[in-house]
Design a protein around this ligand. Structure first.
Ligand SMILES: *Cc1c(COP(=O)(O)O)cnc(C)c1O
Length: 240
């Protein structure tokens, strides 16, 4: 199957999942995660209709960025989806339009300062570790609705983030637990959706984006309200 065929099939599956959930497919942004893929793969995906590209490593993206932008000037929105080390924050600001994986206050302060120097606010999503796995990054959100300490801490952290002048906080992002049962994955997505709803109503803010769902679980994420899905293998095939 070609990348174009894969995208067509994926779009059909997204449309079916939206129909089952009574949602409009236009409300779902498909981010093609092109880690470990070539410039030619990215160009093929864009030719088949992809407008959003996700990468998880700064070095890898910086090698591909110039040739992709030369082939497709200004057509793409670049999403950082991986954990970033502080010393690479400056490069991230230069390459990416949105950081989906903002996972600490320390990094947030640095991004805000750098974005201020550029006079361009940085769009971010807050990565929330809902599953509680130690291997995952993100603000601690496991059992946030049952654990007052977790909830208080999240609200305090968001309060500090909202004070940063050059960040545009667009919403929340999470990763499903690895190899979990469907009901467990669904619960994680529902918990993130509920967290967004409660933050919006209690703080009077707007968090339009909910980024959740990958190749193995995007249909569940759409059922639970995802507005962005991040898909790699279903578009580009398996990785090593
Ligand atoms: C790799 C990756 C994806 C895409 O995963 P697939 O299983 O290939 O669809 C999505 N989000 C993040 C953060 C990733 O690192």
């Amino acid at each position: 199957m070609s990348i174009a065929d894969n995208i067509k099939r994926l779009q059909d599956r997204i449309a079916d999942a939206c129909a089952r959930a009574s949602r409009d497919p236009a409300a779902i942004t498909l981010v093609a995660v092109s880690k470990q893929r070539t410039v030619a793969d990215i160009v093929s995906a864009v030719d088949a209709g992809i407008q959003h590209i996700g990468e998880n490593r700064v070095e890898e993206c910086s090698a591909k960025y110039a040739p992709v932008e030369a082939a497709l000037p200004g057509q793409l929105t670049w999403h950082m989806v991986g954990h970033v080390q502080s010393r690479k924050a400056k490069q991230v600001i230069q390459l990416f339009d949105i950081v989906q994986s903002l996972d600490s206050l320390r990094l947030a302060r640095r991004y805000s300062r750098l974005a201020g120097e550029n006079a361009r606010p940085l769009k971010v999503l807050l990565e929330i570790n809902i599953s509680g796995e130690a291997s995952k990054h993100g603000f601690a959100g496991y059992n946030w609705y049952q654990e007052p300490a977790v909830k208080e801490r999240l609200w305090r952290e968001l309060g500090e983030l909202l004070e940063l002048p050059h960040l545009d906080i667009r919403g929340l992002m999470t990763m499903a637990p690895f190899q979990a049962e469907e009901c467990v994955i669904r619960r994680v997505f529902a918990d993130l959706a509920n967290l967004r709803a409660e933050l919006q109503s209690s703080l009077g803010i707007s968090l339009p984006e909910l980024s959740m769902g990958m190749t193995d679980d995007f249909e569940l994420a759409i059922a639970e309200g995802a507005t962005m899905i991040r898909v790699g293998r279903a578009i580009f095939g398996g990785r090593n």
